[in-house]
Design a protein around this ligand. Structure first.
Ligand code: KG4
Ligand code: ZN
Length: 368
């Protein structure tokens, strides 16, 4: 079957068509995948400006759809999937209304998808198995996609809007065990990048500066909540610590390459330390088989590398899955993959989900 998916929860206009075959170990074939970035428009604001993003989505969606359909060879579409939340409400509505119109015009069922769940399912498409141990190892490698040997699983989803630790007992069975109490990890990178005068999005800018830093770790920033018993996070204090440090420096120091790189490296390390420590703690306490990462921040090379190193060094018996980098940041392929697993479980219900169904509506604060 071919699923056409739409994702407009933030500032990227994403449309994809994915061909899927098989039920037990589905094979996913990306026929077309376009992410139309609005970065240039939002750079001058140092963050996403929702009304502007909404307008851009409205302008881009018909064009992106046309390109995607052409790229996929105008193949027949069997299902429409759309992100309904969480995200920026005005942006979500553009995608939802567009998807509803398509579903109505083409007389197809429509599947509403949770953005966080989609970040999890980015791991089901040609997964990058960074590390595999024991019985689940064999199952995963053989099947190419994670099958039941992988569960229970802990998912760390880190993006610009969310930082969550989610226990996944099976497809569609989630429990949020911890989340950020204030800023998300990606938001922290974006805000620190703004303080340091780097561009938007902040994550890649911070990563590039951190990579260029050659000096010793001569500044210590806080690792908020790292040793607390719960699985929650807090990153706003880290951003404030950077701000105070920055303000305490002479103007010529603040602008220097060395200072910017040093602060970027330490900010990145502080975030990585907290994410790894808390994830391993919850993984051990819940005796999970697999650790799954997802969300834009997971595109961070140092985070991926250090996670794997830590797992290897401590010999924890966990499988470790991360999506390819281009599927960590927002895209519609992950929405299509998630929709397929909904389809497998809830075929009858979905067939009834016509465009006018009340479930197909944007919800900025949708929870898993
Ligand atoms: O998942 P995503 O594309 O959008 C949301 O759902 O928010 O994540 C975007 C976030 C931004 O905060 C961005 O700065 C961060 O992911 N990000 C990164 C990297 N690439 C994107 N953070 C750290 N390192 C990266 N390489
Ligand atoms: Zn996202």
């Amino acid at each position: 079957m071919n699923i056409l998916a739409i994702e407009t929860s933030c500032d990227d206009t994403c449309v994809a068509i994915v061909e899927i075959r098989g039920k037990k170990n589905p094979k996913f074939n990306i026929l077309a995948n376009i992410v139309s970035s609005q970065v240039k428009i939002h750079t001058k604001w140092g963050g996403v400006y929702p009304t502007l993003a909404k307008r851009e989505h409205q302008k881009n969606l018909p064009l992106v759809l046309k390109r995607v359909l052409k790229k996929a060879g105008n193949q027949k579409i069997n299902l429409i999937a759309v992100t309904v939340g969480p995200g920026l409400e005005p942006c979500l509505w553009v995608g939802v209304n567009f998807a509803k119109d398509l579903a109505q015009n083409w007389d197809l069922p429509i599947i509403p998808i949770n953005h966080i769940e989609a970040h999890i399912y980015a791991n089901w498409l040609n997964p990058q198995l960074e590390r595999a141990v024991g019985q689940a190892d064999i199952t995963l490698r053989k099947a190419e996609t994670p099958v039941l040997g992988w569960r229970p699983t802990i998912c760390l989803i880190v993006s610009g809007g969310h930082t969550q630790l989610i226990l996944m007992k099976n497809h569609g069975d989630y429990k949020i065990l911890g989340e950020t109490r204030d800023d998300a990890a990606g938001e922290c990178f974006d805000k620190v990048a703004r303080i340091l005068g780097l561009g938007y999005p902040g994550g890649p800018a911070i990563a590039a500066q951190a990579k260029a830093y050659r000096g010793p770790a001569s500044v210590t920033l806080p690792r908020p909540m790292i040793y607390q018993k719960n699985y929650d996070f807090s990153f706003s204090g880290l951003k404030t610590a950077v701000l105070y440090h920055f303000r305490s420096q002479k103007p010529e120091i603040r602008k220097s390459k060395g200072y910017i790189r040093k602060m970027a490296a330490e900010t990145q390390q502080a975030v990585i330390d907290v994410l790894i420590h808390k994830t391993l703690k919850v993984a051990k306490n819940y005796k999970v088989k697999t650790i799954i990462l997802g969300g834009g921040v997971v595109a961070n090379e140092e985070l991926r590398k250090q996670f794997k190193q830590k797992l290897d060094a401590t010999h924890h018996p966990f499988n470790f899955l991360v999506p390819p980098k281009n599927l960590c940041t927002d895209n519609a392929v992950m929405v299509a993959v998630t929709a397929y697993y909904h389809w497998l479980r809830e075929k009858t219900k979905i067939q009834r989900l016509a465009a006018g169904h009340p479930e197909v509506r944007a919800n900025a604060n949708l929870r898993l």
